[in-house]
Design a protein around this ligand. Structure first.
Ligand code: LLP
Length: 449
């Protein structure tokens, strides 16, 4: 059953616990995750892709993209659901290890990994390092040689597919910092991606496991992934022809979109997986190659819909906008420090009255934060009841991805707690998985007075 629903009194509940109770117990703002939803979505992705690709004779690994939301508790959920984890810094790697993930099930990404981060990965026997430049290939080989190990690597390539998404999160076109291009230089010769393959193949300190790409984020259909797969598989076929080596694995990255508002209509994981499997099978057939092991790295699609943020309503103010229309500004006790996505990407969210049934007539409202800038918007346009009053609790759904992860202390505001709710044998159960920051936490690092 849906974890976020209203009880008989009209109060929003998370896995059966009223939002009013959660707000009272943990304060606001707070991020409230449904552990059941998180786990169900992890399972759904794993099952959908595993079954779709089994049909075309390929195995699948799912790497949860930790950047979207990672704590040691989340690592446990991921591990228990049989997913691996994708980390993109030494910090995320440390969380994955501390959360008990087997090193072989951890991947390390990054366009500028430090020698210390690479060494940490090699020391711990990580499953893979995804290399992002020719210089990094040399660095990883050098560090592996020094440690006396062979480094398992994947090469990140940029397939030049334009996924329709915000510029800041679109990653596969040519003019950006990630990966090695598949395009051959104008003066002839090998593409950077092919040069990278050659560099890995000749180096005994490296074990080249396959190729990786990531075309962007918040993508709604399978065609971009299919197109990227076609380009990357073509390079695999060329590598086979040239070096007589069959690369075992194709990683298509993450980017599966979710619904933030009713305007968003993502397709279910199963449909995307089926469509992608068909496209990959057709490409492999035309290239006369076997379908390699497939990996994917969904982050947002698992963590995003698993949480909402609870806020308390404060100041209400109505202003007259163009054409005499009126807009009500609803200030809440958080804002861009707990959800930077509206400011960063113009991201849309919605909000619902959580502590009671919405009865008054709907009024066009803008939910704003408490920070000292006018761009500090939580929800640009939403209809909320006219009798909304200070002290009411609002819930903003789909804040599980890239909200806590991107949180800041702007204006010396402490970061909110993270609460996980789940259905246990003896009823629903809520617990803190990350305690909220206190003023003492913030002062602990201020060495002044
Ligand atoms: N794999 C790689 C290599 C990535 O770079 C990313 C996201 C993912 C997987 C996971 O993508 P997802 O499935 O979560 O879409 N802060 C932005 C999103 C940045 C995404 C960066 N890379 C936002 O809030 O929209």
């Amino acid at each position: 059953p849906e974890a976020f629903r209203r009880d008989a009194e009209g109060v929003l509940t998370v896995a059966g616990i009223p939002a009013t109770e959660l707000a009272e117990r943990y304060g606001t703002p707070s991020y409230v995750y449904s552990e059941d939803t998180f786990r169900a979505r992890a399972r759904e992705f794993r099952a959908a892709f595993t079954e779709a690709f089994a049909r075309i004779g390929a195995e699948v690994s799912v790497y949860y993209a930790g950047k979207s939301f990672l704590t040691t508790e989340v690592v446990r959920w991921i591990r228990e659901e049989g997913l691996n984890v994708d980390t993109s810094s030494g910090g995320e790697l440390a969380v994955a290890l501390r959360g008990g993930m087997e090193p072989a099930r951890i991947a390390l990404h990054g366009n500028n990994k430090s020698a210390a981060e690479i060494t940490r990965a090699l020391d711990n026997g990580l499953g893979r390092i995804v290399v992002d430049s020719l210089a990094e290939i040399e660095l990883v080989a050098h560090l592996a040689r020094t440690l006396g190990v062979v480094a398992p690597v994947m090469i990140r390539v940029t397939p030049g597919v334009h996924a329709s998404t915000h510029e800041f999160i679109a990653t596969a076109h040519e003019d950006q910092k990630f990966g090695l291009s598949l395009a051959a230089p104008e003066d002839g010769g090998d593409s950077p991606a092919m040069q990278a393959v050659a560099a890995c193949v000749v180096d005994p300190d490296l074990d080249l496991r396959g190729l990786h790409c990531h075309i962007g984020s918040q993508i709604f259909d399978a065609d971009g992934f299919g197109k990227a797969a076609e380009r990357v598989l073509t390079l695999m076929a060329q590598a086979d022809e040239r070096f007589g080596l069959t690369l075992p694995e194709l990683d298509l990255g993450g980017g599966y979109g979710i619904a933030y508002t009713e305007a968003d209509t993502p397709r279910p994981a199963r449909e995307i997986a089926e469509s992608l499997a068909d496209q990959v099978a057709a490409t492999a057939r035309s290239l006369h190659m076997a379908v390699p092991h497939l990996s994917i790295e969904p982050g947002r699609a698992i963590s995003g819909p698993s949480a909402c943020t609870l806020y308390t309503v404060g100041t209400l103010k109505t202003v007259t906008v163009e054409d005499g229309a009126r807009r009500r500004y609803v200030s809440v006790d958080g804002g861009m420090s707990d959800n930077a996505r509206p400011v960063l990407y113009g991201a849309d969210y919605t909000a619902v009255l959580a502590n009671r049934r919405a009865e008054g007539a709907p009024v066009l409202s803008r939910v704003v934060g408490k920070h000292c800038e006018s761009g500090d918007v939580v929800v640009r346009d939403v209809y909320l009841p006219e009798d909304l009053a200070p002290g009411d609790v609002l819930a903003v759904p789909a804040t599980g991805a890239y909200c806590w992860a991107l949180a800041s202390n702007y204006n010396w505001i402490a970061r909110p707690p993270v609460v996980a709710v789940r259905t246990a044998a003896d009823g629903p159960e809520a617990r803190l998985i990350v305690r909220g920051e206190t003023e003492e936490d913030l002062f602990a690092r201020d060495l002044g007075a």
